[in-house]
Every structure is written in structure tokens, then in C-alpha cells.
Design a protein around this ligand. Structure first.
Ligand SMILES: [Zn+2]
Length: 413
């Protein structure tokens, strides 16, 4: 990361939290229109401070108090936890066992390191535009299922700041889901099974579930360009042997011969492979390969625990300096993790604003708050805050709808 030095964080964070972090919309989000008593006050935040000092069970009376505390502590990382039965800050003072996590967004965590056995361009924490397609595919597949199969409305997809994405499912009913329900949802969305020692991780039944066939339709849009051209999964001996380990033995022996005999590219080899599988009356094996190479790999533990913490949107990634920004699903294919602003860039942009403004005094009837909101609007964070605000408006519109319905009912009875 050329433009970011972790050592500069102590200088940059105060500026970022004072002038850029979008506290206004952030507070509106976590209040959820004050759905139930002390909802915001019972939410756990946790801060990672300098030297990995980790402070859990923080809670605040209001978004304004949270803002002040964040500006004071300047956390390297902010995590959001559950809404508890009591204020998390008082968790030591309530009776043992009475302090319970009650609600939280259903969250998904998709991390590129879980794809290391199927990507050839990078490994571990590295990402590049080639393998980023895996995240695009993951978002398309999971988001379609959330909307069409689960009837979910409010999803916020966020770039983690380094090598993955998070999803926050925020519908009122879903935030109340038990851990068992959350596990069941992840189970439904899981197709690739088995650890490192499992060679064949996807085996389809003869009767393919609509979720799988819908997912394969999404995959088909990307597979050729991503896996065959980009990753060239049939290009070299090492790589095609791994693919052929997933096909029935008769086809495998045949194709190993063909592939070593003739110099062909991955596209030609894939066509041949599909042809042989069809002849062998096992055409579904091609889908199994596609799923094993590209289907989203979810971290079940993050999703199932109500009290599990997840990095907050707009938090900084302490290693890369990149901001955890919302992803615009309408332009998902154009989302570029390398174009996401770093904290250094944003602070630099603030300097430019300051010199643009010249000697203009801050006494032109502006309140502190309006100046602050203008600041992030003038930086390259602005388009991402806009995506966040659109997501918020949809949540607020559905609350408004419910309130109108409720007042209609009162008129009727
Ligand atoms: Zn890569």
C-alpha cells in the first residue's frame, strides 16, 4: 500500500473522526427509528486501540455520546456487537446470566483467504482485480437468495478494507432471529463442504434445488471470463490435474491423455471436458466444478452467533488504511477495492479543502455539525456515504410505512 503507513495512524485518526466519519447517518442507522426502548443504548461497541488494546462492552446513551467518545479514544478499529438485555457498559453489575444478547443484524463474512485452494493469482491476504471477481460472484449469489428466497429487504454490503466483504441484514424481523435460525440460513447458503483434505467439495443430488440452479445461472455469467481466461484453471498440468480430480475416473484418464497430448487453452479444454462428461451421462459434474471453484464460502461462526462482533462500516483497516465502505449493488461489477480511499488520502483531501477555502471564516452562520457534514461530502468518501444514505432511506421508508399502517388501524377501531 504505497500511500499508507500504519505508523501515521495516530496523526490521521483524530482528523478522520473529527471531520470525515459520517456520524450523522451512522447514528440514524443504529437507532433504527428507536424501535424499542433504549435500543441504541443497549448496543455493544468495541474498540481496538493502539498496541492491540481491545476494549469490549462499550455502550452509549446517544449517537452524539458515541461520536464524542470515538473522537476522544481514536480507535484503530471499531466493531459492532449485539443489542443486549442491559446496557453493555453495565454488564458486570447485572445479575449473573441476566445479561443476554437479544438482537443483532444477521451478518455474513466472506474472506478471500478461504478461496486459497482455488485461486492461482494470489494467496492469503493478497487480492488482485482477477480474484476480486470471486467477491462479486459471492455478493450476487447471496444477495439474490436473501431477497428472492428469504424475502429480505434491507442489506448493506461492505468492503472489509482488505480482502473480503461483509453483509449486514437489517430487517426488523431478522434482527430478532435466534442463533439456530441464523445457522439454518447459513446452512442453506452453503454448498462447498469439507476442509483442506477433502478433494471433492461439491456433490450435487440428481434433483437440483432451485437455489443451486439459480446460483449456477449467476456463476455462468462470470465463469468463462474469470475461471477459464483469468485464472486459466486448465492451462497448466498442475492446475488441470486438480480440476480433473473432481471428475469420474473414466473421463479423467481420457482427458489427462488429451490435455497432455495437445496444446490447448482453458476454453478449449473446458469445452472438451463438458463434451466428455455429457457422453459419460454425468453433465452435472461440470456444475460441481464451477461451484467448487467459484461458489461463496461463508464463515459460519460469524453468522450464527448473535453476540459475535463485526468490523463496523466506515472503520479504518489498520493494515491497509482503507476505509470499510458500503458497496453499491447497482454498480457491483465496477466496484474496485483498490480505488477505495485510504485514511491518508482522505486527510490529504481535507488539507486541499482547507486551502481552497482560503481565509474564509467559520462564522458564516454555520454550526459545527453542518461544517462536518460538508467535509466528508468534499472528499472521495462522498459516493460511498451516498450509498449508505440510500440504504438508510429505505429502512426509514419502511418504518414510516409501518407507522402509517398502525395509525390506520387506530382510525378503524
Ligand atoms: Zn488475485
Amino acid at each position: 500500500m504505497a500511500d499508507f503507513e500504519a505508523a501515521s495512524l495516530p496523526d490521521l485518526l483524530p482528523l478522520y473522526y473529527r471531520r470525515v466519519f459520517p456520524f450523522g447517518p451512522y447514528g440514524r442507522w443504529l437507532r433504527y427509528g428507536d424501535v424499542s426502548k433504549n435500543y441504541f443504548q443497549r448496543r455493544e461497541f468495541s474498540f481496538t486501540l493502539r498496541d492491540d488494546i481491545y476494549v469490549r462492552y462499550q455502550s452509549f446513551n446517544s449517537p452524539q455520546e458515541l461520536e464524542k467518545e470515538i473522537q476522544k479514544m481514536c480507535p484503530y478499529k471499531i466493531d459492532i456487537g449485539a443489542v443486549y438485555s442491559h446496557r453493555p457498559i453495565q454488564h458486570n453489575t447485572v445479575h449473573m446470566g441476566a445479561f443476554q444478547a437479544q438482537e443483532k443484524e444477521l451478518v455474513f463474512d466472506i474472506d478471500m483467504t478461504d478461496y486459497d485452494d482455488v485461486r492461482r493469482c494470489c494467496s492469503s491476504a493478497e487480492i488482485c482485480p482477477k480474484c476480486w471477481t470471486l467477491m462479486t460472484i459471492a455478493i450476487r449469489i447471496i444477495d439474490r437468495a436473501l431477497v428472492e428466497d428469504f424475502g429480505i429487504k434491507h442489506r448493506l454490503w461492505v468492503y472489509s478494507g482488505r480482502r473480503g466483504v461483509h453483509c449486514w441484514v437489517c430487517d426488523d424481523s431478522v434482527r430478532k432471529w435466534s442463533s439456530a435460525l441464523r445457522s439454518a440460513a447459513v446452512e442453506y447458503l452453503t454448498v462447498v463442504k469439507g476442509g483442506e483434505e477433502t478433494v471433492k467439495k461439491v456433490t450435487l443430488p440428481s434433483n437440483i434445488h432451485p437455489f443451486i440452479s439459480e446460483s449456477i445461472d449467476v456463476l455462468t455469467l462470470y465463469f468463462e471470463e474469470y475461471a477459464l481466461v483469468g485464472q486459466d484453471i486448465l492451462g497448466s498440468k498442475d492446475s488441470y490435474e486438480k480440476v480433473l480430480a473432481l471428475v469420474p475416473e473414466t473421463v479423467r484418464v481420457d482427458l489427462l491423455q488429451e490435455f497432455s497430448k495437445r496444446k490447448q487453452d482453458s476454453l478449449q479444454r473446458w469445452a472438451l471436458l463438458k463434451q466428455k462428461l455429457a457422453k459419460n451421462k454425468t453433465p452435472h459434474v461440470a456444475s460441481e466444478i464451477m461451484l467448487q471453484y467459484c461458489f461463496p464460502r461463508l464463515d459460519i461462526n460469524v453468522s450464527k452467533g448473535i453476540n459475535h462482533l463485526l468490523k463496523s462500516p466506515f472503520s479504518v483497516h489498520p493494515k491497509t488504511g482503507r476505509i470499510s465502505v458500503p458497496i453499491d449493488l447497482k454498480n457491483l461489477d465496477e466496484f474496485d477495492p483498490f480505488a477505495v480511499p485510504t485514511i491518508s488520502r482522505l486527510c490529504h483531501e481535507l488539507d486541499t479543502i482547507r486551502s481552497d477555502d482560503g481565509n474564509r471564516k467559520e462564522n458564516e452562520g454555520e454550526t459545527e455539525g453542518s461544517r462536518k457534514s460538508r467535509d466528508y461530502r468534499k472528499t472521495s468518501l462522498a459516493p460511498y456515504v451516498k450509498v449508505f444514505e440510500q440504504f438508510l432511506e429505505e429502512i426509514e421508508n419502511s418504518h414510516r410505512g409501518e407507522r402509517l399502517n398502525a395509525s390506520d388501524m387506530q382510525l378503524e377501531f
